[in-house]
Design a binder for this molecule. Sequence first.
Ligand code: HEM
Length: 459
Amino acid sequence: MKRIEEPKTPVFVQCLQWVFDPVGYLEKNHHGYPDFFKSQGVGFGNEVVLTSHPQAMQFILSNDRKLFTAPGDTNCILEPMIGANSSIMLDGTNHKKRRQLVMPAFHGDRLRTYGESICQIAQEVMSQVPMGSTFTARKMTQAISLQVIFEVVFGLSTGDRADAIRELLIPMTDQFSSPLTSGLLFFQGFQKDWGAWSPWGRFLRLRNQLDELLYAEIRDRRAKPDPDRTDMLSLLIEARDEDGESLSEQELRDELMTLLLAGHETTATALAWGLYWIHRLPEVKAKLLDELHRAGTLEPIALAQLPYLTAVCQETLRRSPVAMLTFPRKAQEPVEMMGYSFDAGTLFMGCMYLTHQRADLYPNPQEFRPDRFLERKYSPYEFIPFGNGVRRCMGEALALYELKLALATIALNYELKLADQQPEVPRRRGVTLAPARGVRMVMQGVCSQPKALAEPAYG
Ligand code: HEM
């Protein structure tokens, strides 16, 4: 049995590389050690073993209730934002119970009811871009995804409190929009409140103001329960565990913050990349429009099933992954995998960024070619943008639905072009990757025959 080598680069240098050049760091290590490599930079202060091999990903993630666990305390880098009671910070039975409370809100009929809103929101946001102007696509996609998540999570998107929450949430997430400011999350020594003008001080003040608004909303909603509401906050307020206990205010706040942050940042980035790729490659956009026009007027749920639109979104998530890694999983006993042996207690992280760039799975991985998803079926460990196992992304269904509907709505209704031919490259944004320049675009016009989606047949 083989053992993996210790990294030769000093810990501090690994941390700097991981924060400032995450893609370079991953690619360099993968080149040296293709199956597994040890990192002291990636694991939020812990030593972790990274793998991108689908076989190893499958072994770890399909056993993360038995051989492995998905510990919450290893995700502490996110705690300042989402709090200690977020599902991301829980593990074991508490984590399982919380997922059982939250997950129903993302599935089936509930998701369908959001389809029409997603298309309308995409229209409304894009209609605010003046004709002929140059704009940053990621700002517009963030406005779209924020509005969507507001409706889904709170069941409200207008009103003074909603506006105030939005106005605080955007600067709070933008606080970590560059590699330098993202360093604040990774190097806890910089997490010092030196007043409102210091980066951490500003973050804390924004978060405290936001908390006041979230608690006020929770209290109001608890005081005036409305059985007709189907949003997540209402579901979480109503939810009871088997002992009849409901979630505390603190637990509700932490879960809300998790859903708001995880739910809009990631989808905004994926949509910005989607717009970039279809405008970078006119043949892809032409093929997409052809499919959309041929399909005629469709309900959102049918639109989201179109094969080429689906393939464009899959290829976007493959070619330009938003998340680089799964959360850590911990071996409960000594394990053997692909000829290597690992001690009990070893922490593993799956690296979907590298899996998605494997030439054995995706020939010419740098090429954006949606057809590869029509020609071949990939296993859930070969194409894995949302992770898998016990921590598999809770918002996957919503994210995919929103990505497809918003991309189709914008492609059908607006004539856009890239502002220049300079390629977009991925750059760290908090714990994710986003287009470095945010995708600069020009609004050229509204399509002469804007396509309306059918009224939904459901309530
Ligand atoms: C393109 C969009 C998105 C991507 C790429 C993405 C990716 C991921 C990944 C990779 C994980 C970790 C999975 C693992 O460790 O196995 C995750 C977890 C999570 N995601 Fe997403 N996500 C997206 C959108 C969303 C949305 C829209 C929401 C909610 C509205 C959401 C909520 C969550 C939550 C709550 C977790 C933690 C689950 C747990 O700890 O049990 N995500 N996501």
